[in-house]
Design a protein around this ligand. Structure first.
Ligand code: HEM
Length: 309
């Protein structure tokens, strides 16, 4: 029996920090995962924070082959559409998502983790983010309407029991920078055609009227007539002059995540997602989110005491 990382499903946190790391030149994947497992052991209700840990697919499958899905792949090649639109590949070694009740608490918690990891990893990406207007994206649209309910989300996000990597998940992580000025120059009706839902209440646009290049149409991936869902936990980041979406998408099936990206760039049929005219992907990486049962195997008492000081 295994248990998932519960922070994947934690609701209600307004403040978020996403940290991506690379292993120090003298380090190893094993040492890095041991270090983060020991740090994760320190998180209790007392910290008041959620922590979710993701590991580079090749690192996880080399140190925990029995607890790893067989066909994980990495984001090491940019995804280039036929018209030259490119999603960059910025695969790193470790991903952390720290969330909690206030920016200050998340700042303190992230800083402590950063310090405890410093012997093992170098910070490569550091994003401070927040929930905007009750789960709206900065475009003003509700983000997450098509997500599975919280009763269904574990079935969508987690690898089923008895499969390799059970109760783990696969994460697609991307930072997107918005051009809200040009999006704001569109009428609300035009914006709704870009997204594929209404702005105020997120009603679906009827299938016959849904533009083929709308974001909803491009990210709808089907198999045998059934839509293949993912579990999105996006937030907003930035300042008044530099801001966008942190895309945080979990699935138990990496292929559907990749197919959504391919469809957004127009690879299968030349139709590019209209949303990509107003927002630009700056990073892109995949991580395996091991179950806590798998992650715990890498913790040890000694490191625990060092990190605790
Ligand atoms: C700047 C980046 C993005 C923004 C602002 C954004 C925003 C939105 C919004 C507003 C919706 C409609 C409401 C909803 O169902 O949540 C939506 C739907 C969706 N998005 Fe995104 N999204 C972004 C990137 C992505 C990426 C990279 C993927 C997948 C790889 C993705 C997958 C989906 C899916 C699967 C849906 C539901 C489609 C359906 O109704 O069947 N999104 N997104």
């Amino acid at each position: 029996m295994a248990y998932p990382q519960v922070g994947i499903f934690a609701m209600g946190a307004p403040a978020h920090s996403y940290l991506e790391f690379e292993i120090v030149p003298t380090g190893s994947g094993l040492e890095l995962v041991k270090a983060i497992a020991n740090i994760a052991m320190l998180q209790s209700t007392v910290s008041g924070l959620n922590l979710v840990v993701g590991v580079r697919p090749s690192i996880w499958s080399s140190i925990a082959p029995a607890d790893s899905p067989s066909e994980l792949f990495e984001f090491i090649e940019p995804i280039a559409g036929p018209d030259g639109f490119v999603m960059p590949a910025t695969q790193r070694d470790l991903w952390l998502w720290i969330s909690g009740p206030s920016v200050g608490q998340v700042f303190d918690g992230s800083s402590r983790i950063l310090e405890n990891l410093s012997r093992h990893a170098v910070l490569a990406e550091d994003i401070s983010a927040w929930s905007y207007q009750n789960n709206r994206d900065l475009t003003g649209f509700i983000d997450g309407s098509a997500n599975p309910s919280l009763l269904e989300a574990p079935d969508v996000a987690l690898i089923p029991p008895n499969a390799p990597g059970e109760y783990g998940s696969i994460l697609l992580f991307q930072k997107w920078r918005h051009d809200l000025k040009s999006f704001g120059e569109l009428s609300v009706e035009e914006q709704e055609k870009v997204i594929g839902r209404t702005k105020k209440t997120s009603e679906e646009i009827p299938e016959n009227d849904l533009p083929v290049n709308s974001h909803v149409a491009r990210t709808t991936v089907t198999e045998g007539g059934d839509e293949l869902p993912i579990f999105r936990r996006n937030t907003s980041y930035g300042t008044t002059s530099n801001h966008g979406t942190v895309f945080v998408g979990f699935s138990n099936d990496q292929d559907r995540l990749h197919e959504m990206l391919n469809r957004m760039t127009g690879i299968p049929d030349g139709i590019r997602d209209a949303l990509t005219r107003y927002t630009t992907p700056l990073t892109g990486s995949y991580y395996f989110i091991p179950s806590i049962t798998s992650l715990r195997k890498f913790s040890d008492e000694t490191e625990f005491m060092i990190a605790k000081r």
